[in-house]
Design a protein around this ligand. Structure first.
Ligand SMILES: [Zn+2]
Length: 509
């Protein structure tokens, strides 16, 4: 089957100037890109009415590792023009699995109903392939999962034997085709890792000439120290490809640190480290609500935390500590996104302050109620980023779009999303275009740059031989929802998404 796309402006992903031309695809590949191609060359002709044809967007930072197994149609991603996602981010991947981390991962992923009957990357990939996901899947191996496979979720220094075992598992997964190693040093058990441990693992990544991506130990109060730590580790390990995940300055007190952070990146780049970043196009972060717990409770994995909160004495202690650690107005900036806690299932989109008032509880008591009922599945959004800094970060020529979200269906059957789950790619483009960036440069950030950075082959560019992963969009109307009350609202301005020559979203022309 040959399909001809014509009457279009081509942003081919390479950052070369937008040009009027025609694109011919044959089955799953692009076969010709010319200023004119006769209709008789194709079985079918599609006119884009002067709109833009681009390579399918690459979401370099996603968490669909299991959600796409449960809902392979990946509607939230496909509907915003995404055709490829990199999973295994923030230190969390669905492999390697051992007896030390399986119970925890089963609990974390329980809403998806998978039995996790694999042990490694190859097993996970095969399980996904059987479900025929509607986007291309690539993955990093997560440091937290790797560490837990060897040493569980406890706060411990690893022995030389355990470190050697981690290196071996990492070697195996890098050789099997994962793109690199991700870390999430805010989370259990990654937060227990010393710089020496990270450096050891970076050595292995560097040997394979692959990439290390990191959710920094701190993105706010200790942002600069965390960047320093990461860059020093990379220098010691001889690591050349370093990527900062969802780069931000979290918390108003830290908004002024962006220039100092960018200087550090520039210094490292001139010292020979290729540093790249990704960013979602929103000023609210989202993660598990349990990350806000201070003290000992904050060092526990979700299963242990839920058991701890069953004790009235511990519950009281954790509630007191939490209340003391946060200012009263903090809770107006924390929005419940999703939970399986029976009483609160329909409350996504409401703030903790609002829910506490309704339930006649203090905010800290309400948070503890939620975590006791569903420690692993309760997620919240946190307002605290600067819009101006976000726009500056998105404008960096080495910044890519990363949704930080799971692929979701239109309904809420596997939980609610941050609006970025349905809008990030479109919103990222909108922000760039509103700042007068050229269409080709904005598209390049989301396609060719992403593919080159993560070494994804045959995608990210429209050229003969590439996969026919395409998106058609209207640059005047493309945008993504920002609505926490109705987050599963498809992006506007997307005409169609095509994966390997198959339309995923119906042509609306
Ligand atoms: Zn993260």
């Amino acid at each position: 089957m040959k399909t001809l796309f014509r009457d279009l402006w081509l942003a081919d992903g390479s950052n070369s100037p937008l040009r009027k031309c025609a694109v011919l695809i044959h089955d799953d590949r692009v076969v010709a890109v010319e200023s004119e191609i006769t209709r008789s060359a194709a079985d079918k002709t599609i006119s884009l009415g002067g709109k833009v044809l681009a390579p399918g967007f690459i979401d370099v930072h996603g968490h669909s590792d299991l959600s796409i197994w449960a809902k392979p149609e990946a509607f939230g991603k496909v509907s915003q023009g995404i055709t490829c996602e990199i999973m295994g981010n923030c230190g969390l991947s669905a492999f390697p699995i051992s007896s030390r981390n399986k119970e925890h991962l089963l609990e974390l992923y329980r809403q998806y109903g998978a039995e996790l009957n694999w042990t490694d990357f190859a097993g996970w990939r095969d399980a996904l392939c059987e479900r025929k996901p509607q986007i291309r899947v690539a993955a990093l191996v997560g440091h937290n999962t790797l560490r837990a496979a060897v040493a569980g979720y406890g706060n411990e220094l690893l022995s030389a034997r355990q470190l050697a075992e981690m290196r071996q598992l990492l070697e195996r997964e890098l050789s099997a085709g994962v793109l690199g190693l991700s870390s999430g040093l805010l989370y259990v058990p990654g937060k227990f890792a010393t710089p020496a441990e990270i450096t050891e693992l970076m050595h292995v990544v560097a040997k394979h000439n692959k990439i290390y991506t990191t959710h920094l130990r701190s993105e706010g109060d200790h942002l600069l120290e965390s960047l320093d730590e990461t860059i020093e580790c990379a220098q010691r390990a001889g690591l050349k490809k370093l990527h900062i995940s969802h780069f931000k300055t979290a918390g108003k007190a830290n908004w002024g640190k962006l220039n100092a952070a960018l200087e550090r990146l520039e210094d490292a780049r001139s010292a020979g480290i290729r540093i790249t970043v990704d960013r979602y196009a929103y000023t609210e972060s989202m993660t598990q609500l349990s990350v806000i717990l201070p003290g000992k409770a904050g060092d526990l994995d979700d299963s242990t935390l839920a058991r701890l909160l069953d004790s009235p004495g511990e519950r009281y202690r954790v509630t007191q500590e939490l209340a003391q650690s946060r200012a009263g107005d903090y809770w107006e900036n924390v929005t419940l996104v999703s939970t399986q806690a029976a009483k609160f299932r329909a409350d996504g989109g409401r703030t903790i302050a609002e829910l506490a008032a309704r339930e006649n509880r203090t905010p800290a008591e309400l948070v503890v109620d939620l975590l006791r009922a569903d420690a692993s599945g309760t997620s919240a959004a946190f307002r605290g980023m600067s819009g101006e800094n976000m726009r500056r970060i998105i404008a960096l020529p080495f910044c890519m779009a990363g949704s930080d979200e799971n692929a979701r269906p239109a309904d809420y059957s596997i939980g609610r999303s941050h609006p970025r789950g349905f809008g990030n790619a479109a919103r990222f483009l909108r922000i760039r275009l509103d700042e007068n960036a050229s269409i080709e440069s904005a598209v390049h950030q989301m396609t060719g740059l992403a593919a080159a950075t993560f070494e994804l082959h045959k995608i990210g560019l429209i050229e003969p031989g590439a996969f026919a992963d395409l998106v058609g969009f209207d640059p005047d109307t493309i945008d993504g929802t920002t609505d926490f009350a109705h987050p599963h609202t498809p992006a506007t301005g997307i005409l169609f998404t095509m994966l390997s020559g198959n339309f995923a979203k119906k042509v609306v022309l």
